[in-house]
Design a protein. Sequence first.
Length: 89
Amino acid sequence: DMKRGILVDQVLGGGQSNVLAGEFSVNIDLGYLVENGEIIGRVKDCMIAGNVFDVFNNIIAIGDKADWHGSLKVPPFYFRSVNVAGNKV
């Protein structure tokens, strides 16, 4: 039911963060623009930023299969909002 959003498949590096405050920012290495539930293209030169505690409080769904992403094994999850910065989104 995603009207407009970004599907983030891979992020690049650990980005800048303030671990104690839960703040993070990472570059999107592989991401897709979604409109009306359909992938309509790739996003380029974008980054996401936010607060991990806010993200956890806005999770809508969590997948049932976890995959390795670097040193972390995590399932896919769908959350309500995060800040996105880039040239064109």
